[in-house]
Design a protein around this ligand. Structure first.
Ligand SMILES: O=C(O)C1=C[C@@H](OP(=O)(O)O)[C@@H](O)[C@H](O)C1
Ligand SMILES: C=C(OP(=O)(O)O)C(=O)O
Length: 449
């Protein structure tokens, strides 16, 4: 939904120890894909543990507009009756993807090789984000796109009437671009090939295979080469969505910052294309133990036991960036409470997320009294040690849920409270955040200016 209601400032205050069990909702990336692949399948897809954040709800609405039947049976329990590959009908309304880059980019890919036209829009944040990275490869399939200057939404995509398969080397580390090309390849006859020089989250590959597509992945000198055979019949599946490691990172980092904390975060995905944050936290000296590792819904999961730890700064290598791209904001907040310097390199993709996250974190940390250095593709945070970050600031979040949650976590461990100018975007990915943090004992309140 692009309509944005009134801003609701929120304030976090120095917290007593966080204790208890944090039940994290379903993974956002997998939830989007379950709805889209369900819509492109024949028969029924049953999804349990679907994230009911606004980003995913907007994808559900979009799938209905393209002709799929999408029904909510109960909390997290959804059914999709798909139209099959190539079966999307032309929407008779504008597709509003709200705040969601994943939603708009994957759906553009999914419709680009069908002979229909669709117009996409989003909120003030999404309408600033680059779409050329999607429309360039989609042009190779024969699709056309007309948007605002700089390849911005609102944008109309005219699907290819006679699609041809593409071979595309993704120029930046982006699972959204890779996934858009694979979804477009579904309705192109022959083999579509996507090459990525750095591996990114592999949910699309895993799920396409699970829904019956022929897809191979080979690690070569050129990078990861993914080959998809077009025009398969996808068949509806049962999908169990694992808990989102990107959401889990918030209570995990909060527990590491607040003295005496000890929490359990059960059943969190440990997919190796998503677990960079947990490796980094352990390198910083975190008492973070992965208990009871097992497989759930085709993904490796574990229960995370997290106890407060005095952390030290680290250098996060650029090759780890893709596996923790959404966790840099909360890592930067945590790094402010560690001893020593944390350097995050190779992270320029953060500049084109819901906000320019390098800039938003740098400005917010400075406002809280933390020294930082920013380059085009790196951020350095000078840690002040446990209990030493002053806080006492109001931070601008620029419609970015992860900036809001990162500073609310930091405010639990600063000397003076930290306020974020608007907490409403949190509902895009983690509507349960406030309640879950309160259950752990955190003091986060809505503040009226
Ligand atoms: O494919 C996905 O589900 C996502 C990919 C990443 O974006 P990029 O592909 O732009 O890196 C990530 O930041 C986003 O939250 C979800
Ligand atoms: C970048 C994110 O999402 P999206 O690109 O889907 O808006 C995110 O959730 O941090």
């Amino acid at each position: 939904m692009s309509g944005h209601g009134p801003a609701i400032p929120m304030t976090a205050r120095k917290s007593v120890a966080l204790r208890g069990v944090a039940e994290i909702p379903g993974d956002k990336s997998i939830s989007h894909r379950a709805l889209i692949l369900g819509a492109l399948s024949v028969g029924e897809t049953h999804v349990t543990g679907l994230l009911e954040g606004q980003d995913v709800l907007d994808t559900a609405t979009a799938m209905r507009a393209f002709g799929a039947e999408v029904i909510q049976n109960g909390p997290g329990d959804w059914t999709v009756h798909g139209v099959g590959v190539g079966g999307f009908r032309e929407p008779d309304c504008v597709i509003d993807c709200g705040n969601s880059g994943t939603g708009v980019r994957l759906i553009m890919g999914a419709m680009a090789t069908t002979d229909i036209t669709a117009t996409f829009t989003g909120d003030a944040s999404l309408n600033k984000r680059p779409m050329g990275r999607i429309t360039d490869p989609l042009a190779q399939f024969g699709a056309q796109a007309f948007g605002r200057k700089g390849g911005r939404l609102p944008m109309t995509v005219i699907g290819a009437p006679d699609p041809v398969p593409a071979r595309y080397k993704v120029p930046m580390p982006s699972a959204q671009v890779k996934s858009a090309v694979l979804l477009a390849g579904l309705n192109a006859p022959g083999q579509t090939v996507v090459i990525e020089s750095e591996p990114t989250r592999d949910h699309s590959e895993r799920m396409l295979r699970g829904f019956g597509a022929e897809i191979t992945v080979a690690d070569t000198d050129e990078g990861r080469v993914i080959t998809l055979t077009g025009q398969p019949e996808l068949r509806g599946q049962s999908v169990t969505v694992p808990r989102d490691p990107s959401s889990a990172a918030f209570p995990v980092c909060a527990a590491l910052m607040v003295p005496d904390s000890d929490i359990l975060v059960p059943g969190v995905s440990q997919n190796p294309t998503r677990n960079g944050i947990f490796i980094t936290l352990q390198e910083m000296g975190a008492d973070l133990v992965m208990e009871n590792p097992r497989e759930e819904g085709g993904e490796p999961v574990a229960d995370l036991r997290v106890r407060f730890s005095a952390l030290k700064g680290v250098e996060v290598p650029p090759e780890r960036a893709a596996s923790m791209i959404d966790e840099y904001p909360v890592l930067s907040a945590l790094a402010a409470t560690a001893e020593g310097v944390t350097i995050m390199r190779g992270v320029k993709e953060l500049r084109v997320k819901e906000s320019d996250r390098l800039d938003a974190m740098a400005r917010g940390l400075e406002a809280c009294g933390v020294r930082v250095e920013e380059t085009e593709d790196s951020l350095t945070v000078y840690g002040m040690g446990t209990g030493s970050v002053p806080g006492g600031a109001t931070v601008q979040t620029h419609l970015d849920h992860r900036i809001a949650m990162s500073f609310l976590c930091l405010g639990l461990a600063t000397q003076k409270p930290v306020t974020v100018d608007d907490g409403t975007p949190i509902a895009t990915s983690f509507p349960a955040f406030e309640g879950l943090m309160a259950d752990l004992g955190a003091q986060i309140t809505r503040s009226n200016r």
